[in-house]
Structure formats: structure tokens, C-alpha cells
Design a protein around this ligand. Structure first.
Ligand code: A3P
Length: 279
């Protein structure tokens, strides 16, 4: 009973935040937020971690946390250690020996600095499925088809996947960007880790690398689910635990969910933005 009441208030709170966000999002407030982001002081050795939502950001947050700290799980939440710049927090967490800043910003909006940028991407079909379950975590009660239709009508406030990727892949301002594919992480994580380390100019011994590999696994992260779950982050104070954020973490699941028609529309988005990486 107590849990049901808590859940009710948690959902009401999230709904309130969503409405407030929807009201404040367009126009002036967005401009003001971008201005703030641009005015922060960045360092040349910062590492930005950028992605379109549901592309494996949390996974990479954990990996980078492991790379730049002792890796112990004495943290309250990964989003406090590697915060999102668009949420207005970029201070360096005391556990990190190098600042890492997460973001879902489009290329045009990201601060252009001398820092390193790691861009993690994932196939649209799988992102769409992941987004659907994510919305359900936040109280969405529609069907998968309704959800996907909303995305195709460009009503998803996280933006357009193709446009996001295209801007970053084009990299007009020649930022120092390293691209990581979710699918490649799944196939050969140690190889991807080596590439990330070399990009960040970090040398680690084998034992440390093994620790990073083990702790970046789905199994390990699920065992510490409360440090990654986004609802949990918002409700940290409430001590309410949601267990769905780290869901399946698979490649190709989108094919089991999307109808032929939806696959065609998704394919068109990939072609429209000439994304050779996902053709
Ligand atoms: P699914 O919903 O397909 O399972 P983001 O952090 O950008 O929101 O991305 C969330 C997706 O990354 C979810 O995908 C989640 O399960 C997956 N993920 C998180 N940690 C992972 C890990 N260690 N290994 C594989 N996938 C992971």
C-alpha cells in the first residue's frame, strides 16, 4: 500500500516536471540555457561524452568513471559523477582524476572546445525500442506503435536521431571526436576500450583494464542498478527504486518490434541523412 502511494506521487511528480519542461522548453528558455552552457569554463583535458538518447550513454558513463577513478561504487548516482551539461552541472566530481561531461546536445549546440569528445551511437531501430521502454518507465501508457508514430512525426523532444548523428559525423568545426558504436561495444568491448584509452591518451595496466571490462558489463551494472536508473536519480530523496533502466542491452531487437512499414520509415531517416554507418 505504502509503495503504491509512493509510486502514485512519484508519477505525479514526474508528470509535473514533464509539463513544466514542455512549457519552458521552446524559445527563450532554450536560448538562455545554451548561452549558459557556452559561458562555462572548459578545460582542454575535459572529456565530453555525447550521444542521442538511448544509445548507450549510461554504459559509457560507467566505463569512463572506471577509467578516470578507482572504480569503487561508493557513489550515489552516476549522473552526479558525470553530469549532463544541459542540466547545468559541470563541476569535477571528487572521485574523478579528469572531468567528464555528458550531453545529448546536437553538434550545433555543443560548446566547441579543445577538449576530447566521445560520441556514442546506436542503430535507430534499437534506439526506438529502447526509447519506448524508457517512456514507459516514466509513466507512458500508449502502445509501441503510438510511441513510434510520435517519433516519426518529429514530436520527440530529444530530437531527430538522423540529424543528431549527421551533425556529429560531419564535424564541421573539426572537434577532436572519437566515434563509438554501441554494436561494436557489444561485439568486442576490450578492443573498443583500448581505442577509447588511446584517444584519451591514458595508459592502464592489464589488471585495471580487466576491472573496467568487468564493471562495465551489464551483469555488474545491473547489480548496482540504483546508481544508474534515471527515475531513481530523480527520486533519490524518496528512496524509491525502479528496476527497468538497464533493460536488455541487445543489438537488433528493433527488428522484432518494428513493422515493415516502420522499418521503411526508419530506413528513410538513415538515407535522408546519408548515414553510411547505419545503411
Ligand atoms: P535497451 O533499452 O535496449 O536495453 P542510454 O544510457 O543512452 O539511455 O542507453 C540505454 C540503453 O543502453 C539501454 O538499452 C540499456 O539497457 C543499455 N545499456 C546500459 N548499460 C549497458 C551495458 N553495460 N551493456 C549493454 N547495454 C547497456
Amino acid at each position: 500500500m505504502l509503495k503504491a502511494i509512493r509510486l502514485f506521487f512519484a508519477k505525479a511528480y514526474l508528470l509535473f516536471c514533464a509539463v513544466l519542461h514542455a512549457i519552458l522548453e521552446p524559445g527563450f528558455e532554450k536560448q538562455e540555457r545554451i548561452m549558459n552552457i557556452l559561458s562555462y569554463k572548459y578545460r582542454d583535458n575535459d572529456v565530453f561524452l555525447v550521444s542521442f538518447p538511448k544509445s548507450g550513454t549510461t554504459w559509457m558513463q560507467m566505463t569512463l568513471y572506471q577509467v578516470f577513478s578507482d572504480g569503487e561504487m561508493d557513489i550515489d548516482h552516476i549522473r552526479n559523477v558525470i553530469p549532463y551539461v544541459e542540466e547545468g552541472e559541470i563541476g569535477q566530481h571528487k572521485k574523478l582524476n579528469r572531468r567528464v561531461i555528458a550531453s545529448h546536445l546536437y553538434y550545433e549546440d555543443i560548446p566547441k572546445t579543445k577538449a576530447k569528445y566521445i560520441y556514442v551511437m546506436r542503430d535507430l531501430d534499437d534506439v526506438l525500442v529502447s526509447l519506448y521502454y524508457h517512456s514507459k518507465n516514466f509513466g507512458y501508457e500508449g502502445t509501441f506503435d503510438q510511441h513510434i508514430e510520435k517519433y516519426f512525426k518529429k514530436k520527440y523532444k530529444g530530437g531527430v536521431w538522423g540529424k543528431h548523428l549527421a551533425g556529429w559525423l560531419e564535424n564541421k568545426k573539426n572537434l577532436d571526436v572519437h566515434f563509438v558504436k554501441y554494436e561494436d561495444l557489444k561485439v568486442d568491448f576490450p578492443k573498443q576500450l583500448d581505442e577509447i584509452l588511446s584517444f584519451c591518451e591514458v595508459e592502464l595496466d592489464e589488471e585495471t583494464k580487466q576491472r573496467i571490462i568487468e564493471r562495465s558489463s551489464m551483469t555488474y551494472m545491473k547489480a548496482h542498478q540504483e546508481k544508474f536508473d534515471q527515475v531513481q536519480y530523480i527520486l533519490l530523496e524518496e528512496n524509491y527504486i525502479q528496476n527497468n533502466f538497464l533493460r536488455k542491452g541487445e543489438v537488433g531487437d528493433g527488428k522484432n518490434y518494428l513493422s515493415d512499414e516502420q522499418k521503411t520509415i526508419a530506413q528513410k531517416e538513415k538515407e535522408n541523412y546519408t548515414l553510411a554507418v547505419y545503411q
